[in-house]
Structure formats: C-alpha cells, structure tokens
Write a protein that binds this ligand. Structure first.
Ligand SMILES: [Fe+2]
Length: 429
C-alpha cells in the first residue's frame, strides 16, 4: 500500500541493550555512542546516587560570588550568600524554565530572570514576582497570579552541598549518602592528602571540548598503561614510567580510583634508559629542554612519598597531582559523542611566590595544549570516530588479567574493569 501523504516514516527501533557477555573486559562500542544509554547515564550517574563536582571554594571567595557550572547537562550555580554559606541552585527559573544566569561567574545580591524579572535570593528562594496582584483599574484588581499562589513554593531547585578541603560537590539526590561514605575510606585518604585543609588559591582555568564520550576520560585516568607509551614527556623525563614504583587503588565499588606513582630519582633525566624505554617510539633519548624550569621539581612534604597521584572520582571529576602541578578536571558531558573538559589549576595559601610560579610553569604539561594531555584528547577523539562507525565491535581491557583488584604495579587495566563492573550494575546492562 502506498504511503499516504503525511505518514511518518517508520524509524527502526534500536537493538535491545544487551552486554555481549558476562565479562567486564570487553566494552561494546555502543556503550560510547547510543543516545538511550547516554540518557540513562545522566539519570543514574549524574542526577542520582552520586556526588558531582561543582568547583572550588576559592572560586567564590566573597559573599555574593557565584560560579555557573553544570552537573551532567543541567546548569547549576555555586554561590556564597551574604552570611558566607555555600549554596548550589539550579539555573532554571521556576516560572518558564529559563536558564536565567548567563555570566560564567560574578558577584550578585540576588538572581533575577530577565524574561519576567522573577527574583530569587542567593539561597534560591523566590523573592519577587512582578505584577503578582495584577493591575488596579477602576477600583479593582485585574489579572495577576491566583490568590493561592505562594512564593515560598516556587524557589529554584536547591541541591544538597558537601564541601571538604575547599572542594565543593553537590547532588540533586535527597537520599544521597554522605560525601565521606560516597568516597570510601581509601579514596578519602588520597583526597585528604591533596586537600588537607590548607586554603586553596586559584591559578587559572583552561577549557576544551573533546569530541569523544565522557567515559573515555574516566578511562584515560584509570589507564596507567598509556602514559609511559603515548606521552613523550612522561617517558623521556621519567615523570611516569612503567618501572616507577606504583600502586593502583579503588573504592569498594570499583568506581573511584587512584593511580599512585613515585618518580625514580635515577630516571629523572632523559639520558637514563632501561627496559621500559626500549622500542618506545615516544621516548626521545636526545630530547632536552631549552628551558629546564619546566621540570624544576621540588618535592613537597605533603606528598608523603608519591610524586604523582591521579584520582578519578566517578563520574564527574579528576584530581591531579603530578609533581608540583595540581588541578581539578571537571568532566561535563555534551551528548554521547562529546564532553567539555574544564581544568582548574590551583595552589595553596602558604605557597611562596616561587612555588606559585613553579606550579604555573608545570601547568604547561596539562590542559588543552598541554605537553602530556593534548595527545589524550586526540586519542579519545580517534577512538570515538571508530565507535561511531561500527557499534557492533568492542574494546579490549584484559591487561593484568580479567578480574578487578588493587595492584602494586601499573601494567594492568584493572581500574577500567572495576569501573565497568560498577557501571553495568547501576545501568542495569
Ligand atoms: Fe594520558
């Protein structure tokens, strides 16, 4: 029968979601590309059951300071109100749903939606509704809101907030466990190592949009296999090599992880080679620096041994300490095929001016054009290109076996398997 004019062409239903096997060492390409999977991730990982990173207290130091950011794809505002308390409210007017705050950051005494000028205090309570009672004409009120309309029932969405060590997390989930329980004792220990109560100072931001699925960035920092192979800087200058003393640690769920590495003193220079540099094309024995201040590494007491700890807090953030450079990296998904990656470089209040300059110089290793992270963005992009082209394939994560567990070496993909064991459970896939 010929299709009648106006018939909607039938769209074939996507194949049912089924993991190809019971294992966690093969990850189907569709996990990185399917819009329905991505929507479920937003609901179950970003909007429920997890604390999400929003920013540093140092980004909103004074009363009235605010920072616009996102949790998943929902726009939120971190704000310090007049009495110094931190709030996180959704950037969505209770009237017509408008994303009213457009500035990236600023200082305010209230939030006013430009559309109809509904105004909110910095805690998100609705304060004023123009023409609420209507207009008065010929002795009577015309129009306006219904008489039973209560401003107290129409505030902005208020999120639960957890701040620790100067770092602020928030959640839409009222039933969420405490931040400390969410982290678990092992991860909390590494978190407190970096954020040990010293006041943080803000050194700067960099931002990039990476055309790949957001999980690939979590995987990148749960993958200690690649740094000594992909990154010329790491392997040549000994910052991260397979033969560095190292540990991999996870929380009880396998969702958060820490990669811990101690730079060998003898391997700190390019002229020292060994088994792990033989045949590694990114190792460049003759490479040296015109300005060696980039690697003017000064060990700090709070490191307590390791020269690098890279933490992934699932699903939204990475905490980086790589020698003297420290930063947070916020993962902001933008559909299944892209994410924004926002780096916040910081220091500590008791840093000398010399240490601040050192942190700033070493920050050149990282960020969109960083000596060791421009290439991470590229490999993620090139992976996503194939995931999109043939969703029936899968990636392989069998290095170090097929199970999940902490290790005293870094030649393993155990952290990636741990993440997918957790992901499959929460996603019911
Ligand atoms: Fe990397």
């Amino acid at each position: 029968m010929a299709a009648a004019l106006g018939d909607v062409a039938e769209v074939p239903a996507p194949p049912p979601l089924a993991w190809p096997s019971d294992d966690i060492h093969r990850i189907p390409f569709w996990a990185y590309t399917r819009p329905d999977v991505y929507e479920r991730e937003l609901e179950r990982l970003f909007y429920k059951g997890h604390w999400a990173y929003v920013g540093l207290e140092a980004e909103v130091p004074k009363p009235g300071d605010y920072l616009r950011t996102v949790i998943g794809e929902r726009s939120v505002i971190l704000v310090r109100d007049a009495d110094g308390q931190l709030s996180v409210v959704e950037n969505r007017c209770a009237h017509r749903g408008m994303r009213f705050c457009r500035a990236k950051s600023g200082n305010a005494t209230s939030f006013i939606c430009p559309y109809h000028q509904w105004s909110y205090n910095l805690k998100g309570d609705l304060q004023g509704v123009p023409l609420k009672r209507g207009v008065r004409q010929d002795g009577q009120w015309l129009g306006g809101m219904p008489t039973d309309f209560k401003t107290s029932e129409h505030g902005l969405t208020k999120l639960r907030v957890a701040a620790r060590g100067g770092v602020v997390f928030a959640t839409f989930d009222d039933a969420m466990e405490s931040f400390e329980d969410f982290m678990g004792p092992t991860m909390l220990g590494y978190f407190d190592r970096l954020f040990n109560g010293r006041k943080l100072t803000l050194l700067g931001h960099s931002r990039q949009r990476i055309p790949g699925n957001w999980k690939l960035m979590q995987e990148n920092i749960k993958d200690p296999y690649h740094p000594g192979l992909l990154h010329t800087w790491f392997v040549t200058f000994g910052l991260w090599r397979a033969d560095n003393k190292s540990q991999l640690r996870m929380d009880a769920h396998g969702r958060h992880a820490a990669m811990i590495s101690t730079r060998g003193e003898a391997k700190a220079r390019a002229d020292v080679t060994g088994d792990v540099t033989v045949g590694v094309s990114s190792f460049k024995a003759s490479m040296s620096l015109h300005d060696d201040r980039f690697l003017d590494v000064v060990p700090e007491a709070w490191w307590g041994g390791p020269s690098a700890v890279m933490m992934t807090v699932f699903p939204s953030v990475i905490f980086q300490q790589q020698v003297n450079s420290v930063s947070t990296r916020h993962i902001q998904p933008r559909g299944p095929n892209a994410f924004d990656f926002v780096w916040t470089h910081f220091g500590f209040e008791d840093d000398t001016e010399e240490m601040t300059r050192r942190r700033l110089r070493q920050a050149n290793l990282f960020g969109p054009a960083g000596f060791v992270s421009a290439d991470d963005g590229e490999v993620i992009e090139f992976s996503q290109q194939n995931f999109s082209a043939d969703a029936a394939q899968s990636t392989l994560a069998e290095l170090g076996g097929r199970g999940v567990g902490d290790t005293e070496h870094q030649v393993t993909e155990t952290l990636i398997r741990g993440m997918y064991a957790y992901w499959r459970k929460v996603m019911a896939l």
